[in-house]
Each structure stands twice: as C-alpha cells, then as structure tokens.
Design a protein around this ligand. Structure first.
Ligand code: ADP
Length: 458
C-alpha cells in the first residue's frame, strides 16, 4: 500500500474516531437530559393531580374522564394514589393500569421518599404527598413519545453528518496527500532516468528548507560524488593504459628493428638491454598497481602484526640500496626509548616497507647527491618520521597534486617514474591510521612527515 493511501486512511480513521466519540457524548447527554426532564414533568403532573383530588376536591370520575379524553390526543400521565396501607384512593384508569404497584414498592417509597424506574419504555415515578398531616404515595407513569422522537431525529442527524464528514475528510485527505507527495513523485520520475550514462542529471530542489528539498540536495550531493568517482575511475583506467602503452610500444619497436636485418652482437645486446629496462618498468607498474589495490582493502582484511618501525626502515634501506648502490640513506634517532612498544605499531610489514621504500627512493632520485635521511622521533605515543632530502624540491603548484594517482610534477624529467608511488604511500599510511604531509622548497629540498600511533597508543 502506498504511503499516500496509508496516510489518508489513517487520517480518516483518527478523525472518524474523534467524531464518533463526540457524537456519542452529544447523544448520551441528550438522552440523559430527556430522562431527567421527563421525570420532573411526571412529578409535576402527579402533584397537580393530587392537588386536584385532595385540595380542590374534584371527584375521581371527573379526573378519570379528563384522563381518558386527553389520552386520545396527548400522551397523558397515568396517576395512582395510595395510602400508607396500600389502599388505592384514586387511579386514572384501573383497566389500563400500567404500573403494577406492590405493598413492598409502597413501603419502599415511604421509606426513601421517592422512586424512579423504567417499565419498558415507560418512565415511572413514585413519591410522597402530604395532605392535612397524612402522607400518601402517588405513582405517575407516561411514555415520553415526543422526547424519544427528538432523540431518534438527533440520532439520524448525527449519523448523516458523520457519514458526510467522513466522506469529505477522506476525499480532502486524498487530495492534500496527493499534493504533498507530488514533489516525491516528480523526484522518483527524475531519479528513474539517471543512469551511468547521464550522471550529470540532478533532481530539482524547490530551494526552500523543507525535508524534501533537503532530500533532493543530499541526493544531488551523492550524485556529485558518484560522478566524480566515475570520472576518476575512467581517468585511472586510461592512465594505466597510457602508462603501459609507452614501454610496450618501445619494446615492440626495439624487437622489430632487431629482426629487420642482421645486427652485430653489440646491437643485439643493446636492444635486449632496452627491452629489459622497459619490461622492468612494466613489472614495476603492475606491482605498484597490485599494492595500490591491497592498500585499498579494509584494515580487517589484511594481515597485521607488531612491527618495530626502526627495523622496518633498516630493511627498506637495504632493499633500496640493493637495487641502486649509489643511493645513500641515513637513519637518525632523535630520542631514546625504553621498550619495544614505544617504537612498534600493529601493521602490515609488506605494505609499510613499500611506503618507506617509495619515500627513500623519491628522496634519492630527486636529489643531486642521491641522499635521503629519515629522523625518528617518539613523542606522546606517536612515532614521527621525517623523510628529508636536499634535492630539487617540488614546485608550489604541484604540492597539492602529488598524492593523485599518475600525477608527476614539473620536475619529472629529473627522474623516471609512473606517478603511483606517493598515492600508494598515502593510502598505506592512512590504512594504518597515520597521517602524511609534505613541505618543500624548490632547489632546497623536501620533507615528508609521517605520523603513526605506536602500539601503546592505538
Ligand atoms: P614518481 O616518483 O613515480 O614520479 P610519485 O607518486 O612517487 O611518482 O611522486 C609524484 C611526484 O611528486 C613526482 O613525479 C615528483 O614530481 C614529486 N616528488 C615526490 N617526491 C619528491 C621529492 N622527494 N623531491 C622532489 N619531488 C618529489
């Protein structure tokens, strides 16, 4: 069931319940009033007849004649008068006799002074009447036809008003809920048309601060993010193909040229060397991409163990120097430490080493002296590593882009690379809940600061 229909029905049901309670109270109080008023009328009529009988000494026959003649046109009150000993002194019409009085009833009226009850629809009142020091019991009964008719007509009016109101409320509910949900229907229609091919479409917000425009704005912001991520995925794929195409084209050309005609041994060796260098570039690219994919995992999906950061830096240095003997790497401790935990983190050894290798290699390859220095500082449960070099530095306008995949700065001519090293390093550091930042001055050098929380602090 649609929310719109559900709301309309709920609204109608609530209003119907309120109306019903209201109608019940009105009808009930009208019925109560009728009964009370009729008892009062009965009592008056009883007293009037008793006065005529006792005071005015009108004889019984006359009173009975009046009763019988009135009965034909009016709903006349039937009165009976008894004395203390259940002796009938007067009765309007013994043959009709609606109220079957008993000695117990008369006693009860003597005791309590008054009695009111129903005999079918007829109301009966019994009361005491004093005349010349003696006490008599009068009973009076009549059917309040007029009152019952009024009640019946009130009941019909209430029922009619109730049905008409419910129909009007239901129709109004449907109309207003349709109006209220119209913007949602429009949004649904628009959202239905948005696919990967037209992610630039946006929902129209009415500009006000209501919940619906908030929803439209949030949805649009989500589309912005989706569009961005789609675009960067596309860029990423085209960058990868571009990075692979260049060395592959070089390898193919090199091998084709070698096969073209007979070459000298030296020429063959040179061709193989070039092809090998390009293949290494490809292998490095694919390794970097694989590492990037690993670093994009959730922390819970990768293997973690306590690692001493200083030992890992030593390992990384060894690996870098093995690949490039002219690179120089210095490791400095800024302060002493008492326990292994102070310099250890819970991390992934392979990924962290890859990050450190990237930072060492960058420092060395972008410096004339091929030298990179790392200082280790332990402070308030944090391990602060500063990878610095006295190299060519990074131009200011490049600083904000160097962590973007495949981005290579204006200084890229200085050394070979593929632009994956730093984004990969940043991902790895952030995966370990760390922070990486950079400060650089052209021709003076660069400092990458890595902040990691040690085992005691994480
Ligand atoms: P790559 O080194 O393969 O080009 P990176 O992602 O490691 O890619 O670095 C991106 C860019 O950042 C480099 O092309 C370079 O312009 C700049 N860069 C990184 N480290 C240094 C550094 N220590 N000194 C100067 N420039 C650097």
């Amino acid at each position: 069931m649609k929310i719109r229909t559900r709301l309309t029905l709920l609204f109608t049901l609530i209003t119907a319940t309120i109306l019903l309670a209201f109608a019940f109270v009105i009808y009930y109080s009208a019925a109560e009033n009728r009964e009370k008023e009729f008892y009062i009328a009965l009592k008056k009529e009883a007293v009037t007849k008793a006065n005529l009988f006792f005071d005015a000494k009108v004889n019984a026959k006359t009173l009975q004649d009046i009763y019988r003649s009135n009965r034909k046109v009016l709903n006349e009150v039937e009165v009976a008068i008894y004395d203390k000993n259940f002796q009938l002194l007067y009765h309007d019409a013994v043959d009709i006799d609606r109220v079957k009085e008993t000695p117990e009833m008369i006693d009860e009226i003597y005791k309590s002074g008054e009695m009111q009850f129903h005999q079918d629809d007829w109301q009966v009142v019994g009361m005491l009447y004093s005349f010349e020091g003696a006490k008599y019991v009068i009973t009076a009964t009549a059917l309040d036809e007029y009152g019952y008719n009024k009640l019946e007509s009130l009941y019909r009016t209430i029922l009619l008003v109730f049905i008409i109101s419910i129909v009007i409320i239901y129709l109004a509910g449907r109309f207003f809920s349709k109006k209220a949900f119209q913007p949602i229907a429009a949004m649904t229609e628009k959202a239905r048309g948005i696919s990967a091919n037209n992610l630039d479409l946006r929902l129209t917000s009415n500009g006000s601060k209501d919940e619906l425009s908030e929803l439209a704005n949030t949805f649009n912001q989500m589309l912005d993010r989706l569009e961005n991520s789609f675009e960067s995925q596309k860029d990423f794929v085209s960058n990868i193909s571009h990075e692979m195409r260049t060395p592959l084209a070089a390898i193919i050309t090199e091998l084709e040229l070698s096969l073209n005609k007979e070459r000298t041994l030296e020429e063959y060796k040179s061709a193989i060397r070039n092809a090998l260098s390009d293949s290494r570039k490809l292998a490095r690219l694919s390794n970097n991409l694989l590492d990037l994919a690993k670093a994009s995992y959730d922390l819970s999906e990768i293997y973690l163990k306590p690692i001493r950061i200083d030992e890992l830096l030593l390992d990384a240095r060894q690996q870098v120097q093995k690949a490039n003997a002219k690179y120089q790497i210095d490791i400095h401790f800024e302060n002493d430490f008492d326990s292994d935990d102070e310099i250890s983190i819970n991390g992934n050894e392979y990924l962290l080493k890859t990050a450190f290798i990237n930072l060492f290699e960058n420092g060395c390859k972008f410096s004339e002296d091929s030298k990179s220095t790392v200082s280790i500082q332990l402070k308030n449960g944090e391990i602060i590593l500063k990878f610095s070099d006295k190299g060519i530095g990074i131009p200011k306008e490049d600083l904000q882009h160097i962590f973007t995949p495949f981005y290579r700065g204006a200084n890229k001519e200085f050394s070979e690379g593929n632009g994956i090293g730093l984004p990969l390093t940043k991902k790895i550091i952030e995966l370990h809940q760390g922070i990486i930042s950079v400060a650089s001055e052209e021709l003076k050098g660069t400092v990458f600061t890595v902040l990691l929380r040690n085992i005691q602090n994480s």
